[in-house]
Design a protein around this ligand. Structure first.
Ligand code: GLY
Length: 317
C-alpha cells in the first residue's frame, strides 16, 4: 500500500493512509486525502477559499479515476459545493452515462445527491485580495462598474498573475488489493476568465490511472497538460515499455515542444503498478509519499526538467 501526493497533500495523507490500513480502497484514500485539502481555508488553490475567477466567483474542477476499470468521474466550474472530489466520485459511482459534468449541471447533480453545500465559499481576506488585484490592474476601484457584457478578456490579461496561475492537489494510491486510483482537485488559475476549465477534470490531461501500468497526476498550467495529454502520455509511455523515469521525463519533454505565449510551469507525480514513484517539475519542489510501514510521510525532491517560456517560473506550489 502506498500513497503519493503533491506537497499540499500533507494535510490529508495521514487520514488517507489510515483508511487504506483499515481496509479502505484506493478510491477512498484518494477522496479522503483530497477532501482535507479542499476543506483547508489556507490553501488558496483548491476547494473552499481558493482564488476566484475574474468576477470573484469560485469555480472548482476535480476528477477521480479507478485504475481497475478506467471508470472516471469529474466536475468542472462547480460553484457552492466545496468538496468537488466527492461530487466527481459520485458522477462515477452513481453510474451516470457520463464522465464530466460542468457548471449548472454539476451543481444540480451535487444538489440531487445531497452534497455538502456552502453559502460563502470565500473569506473576506481572499475577497479583498481579489478586489485589490482587479482594482490595481484596471486602475479603478468600482468593481460594480464592470458591465455584464464588458470585454473580460482585457481584464483577465491585465489581472493574470503568473505566480498564481495554478495550484492543484494530486493524490494517487495503491490499496491492499493492488488497485490504483488517482484524484485531482483545483480552483484553477486565480482571476481566470469565467468558464475556463483546466486539466484537473480532464481525464488524460491532468489525471490518469490504469491498474495495468500505474497512474499520473499533474499540477501547473493546465492548458499545457490539456494540449499535450500529459497524464495519459506517461501511462502510454509505460505501456510502450519505458521505465517510470523515462516515461515521466518524456511527458515533460513533450511540453517543451508546445508553441505559443502561454508556456509556464508543469509538475507531475506518477507511480507504476509496483508502487515505484517519481515526481518531475519544471521548477524545484517536492512531493510526498507514505507506505503502509511508515509512521509518517516523507518528502522527495522532484526531478527538474526546465521548460523555457514566458512564465517558466510559475506556478509556485
Ligand atoms: N492545473 C490546474 C489548472 O490549470 O487549473
Amino acid at each position: 500500500m502506498i500513497i503519493i501526493a503533491s506537497h499540499n497533500g500533507v494535510i490529508g495523507i495521514d487520514a488517507a493512509m489510515q483508511s487504506l490500513k483499515n481496509g479502505g480502497s484506493a478510491l477512498d484514500a484518494v477522496e479522503i486525502g483530497i477532501r482535507a485539502v479542499e476543506a483547508d481555508p489556507d490553501d488558496h488553490t483548491v476547494g473552499y477559499n481558493g482564488y476566484p475567477n475574474i468576477l470573484g466567483e469560485l469555480e472548482l474542477d476535480a476528477s477521480i479515476m479507478d485504475g481497475r476499470t478506467l471508470n472516471s468521474g469529474a466536475v468542472a466550474l462547480m460553484r457552492g459545493f466545496p468538496y468537488a472530489i466527492s461530487v466527481a466520485r459520485q458522477v462515477m459511482d452513481r453510474k451516470l452515462p457520463h464522465v464530466l459534468l460542468a457548471a449548472e449541471g454539476a451543481e444540480r447533480f451535487a444538489r440531487e445527491i445531497g452534497a455538502e453545500a456552502r453559502d460563502r465559499m470565500l473569506t473576506d481576506e481572499i475577497r479583498e485580495i481579489w478586489r485589490k488585484r482587479l482594482a490595481a490592474s484596471a486602475s479603478r476601484e468600482d468593481l460594480s462598474a464592470i458591465p455584464d457584457e464588458a470585454p473580460l478578456r482585457d481584464w483577465v490579461q491585465l489581472a493574470t498573475d503568473p505566480e498564481r496561475v495554478a495550484g492543484t492537489v494530486n493524490f494517487i494510491a495503491i490499496d491492499s488489493a493492488g488497485d490504483i486510483a488517482s484524484g485531482v482537485s483545483t480552483s484553477g488559475w486565480a482571476w481566470k476568465y469565467p468558464g475556463r476549465i483546466g486539466d484537473s477534470p480532464i481525464i488524460g490531461a491532468g489525471n490518469y490511472a490504469d491498474n495495468r501500468y500505474g497512474a499520473c497526476a499533474c499540477t501547473g498550467m493546465g492548458e499545457m497538460a490539456i494540449r499535450a495529454g500529459s497524464a495519459r502520455s506517461v501511462l502510454l509511455y509505460l505501456k510502450m515499455g519505458m521505465s517510470l523515469e523515462q516515461a515521466a521525463r518524456q511527458a515533460m519533454l513533450d511540453l517543451r515542444d508546445l508553441g505559443g505565449d502561454y508556456i509556464g510551469g508543469m509538475n507531475l507525480i506518477a507511480l507504476d503498478k509496483d508502487g515505484k514513484h517519481i515526481g518531475m517539475g519544471s521548477r524545484a519542489g517536492a512531493y510526498i509519499f507514505q507506505q503502509a510501514d511508515m509512521s509518517a510521510f516523507q518528502e522527495v525532491e522532484r526531478e527538474l526538467v526546465t521548460i523555457p517560456g514566458r512564465w517558466a517560473g510559475a506556478p509556485r506550489d
